[in-house]
Design a protein. Sequence first.
Length: 276
Amino acid sequence: MKSLILENSPITYYIDDKANNEWLVFIHAAFVDHRMFEKQFAYFSGKYNLLAVDILGHGNSINAKKGDTISKMSDWINQIFEKHNISAAHFVGVSLGSVFAQDFANKYENKVLSLACFGGYDINNFDVKKQSANSKEQMKMMFKAIFSIKWFAEDNKKISAYTSEAQEEFYNLNLQFKKKSFKYLAGLQKLVNKYPSKQRQYKLLVGCGEHDIPMEIEIVNEWAATEKCDKVILQGAGHCANMDTPNEFNSCLEEFLQKNISNNKFDMFFLSMIYS
C-alpha cells in the first residue's frame, strides 16, 4: 500500500487503489496502527480499493500541531475522500476504530455504503453506567503506561488479543505507542452520545470475539437486540478478532460486503428505473 500524508494535517494514510471496485476503509484499535490489518489488506487487495489511516497519535500520525484533536479524525478522512475522489465506501472499525467509523457515518452518512464494527459500542446510545466502568478500566491501564509502555503493553496484549500469535503481534505494535499520545485519547468522550440515534441509511454489522471481555459481549448483544443489523460472535477470537482469527474474520466480512454490494447495485437499478 502507498503511504501518503494528508496536507495541512498530521495524518498519514495508506492506499491500494488497483481494483476497479468499491472502496473499503479500515480504522484500527487504540495503541497500535494500520498494520493490525495486514492480513485483511492481503486478502481484500484486488477485490476492493483499500484505504487505512493511522489515528492521531498512532503510527506515523504523530506530528500534530496546536489545535489538532482526535475529534477532527472524521473531517480528515473526508478530506482524503475528496482528494482521491472517493464518493462513498464501506467502513470497518475495530475497537477505537469503530468509534471513528461511526462518527464519520454521523457526519457524512451519504458517503457510507456499509459499516462493520468489531469490539465497539453504539456511540449514539452508550449506557452511562457502562461508559463510567469503561473509563475506570482505561484509567487503570493509563496509570501503568505512565511508568512503562512495556509494562502497559504486556498487560494490554492479554486484553486485546486471545491467541499467542496475535498477542505477540499486538504487543510489538503497542511498544511503538508514545506516552505523549495519551493526551489525544482524552477527547474521545466528546464523540459519545453527541448525536441522537436514528434509522441508518446503510447496513450495519456488529461483532466481537467469544473471548472478549464479558461487558463487550453484552454490549454487542444489546446493540443487535435494539437495532436492525447483522451480528457475529467469532469463535476462537478475543477483542481484536481480525488478528486472532483472520481467516474467519475475512470470510464473515466478505459475506457481509458482498450482500451489501448486491443491495447497492439493486438500489441503483431501481432508482434508474424510476427516473428513466
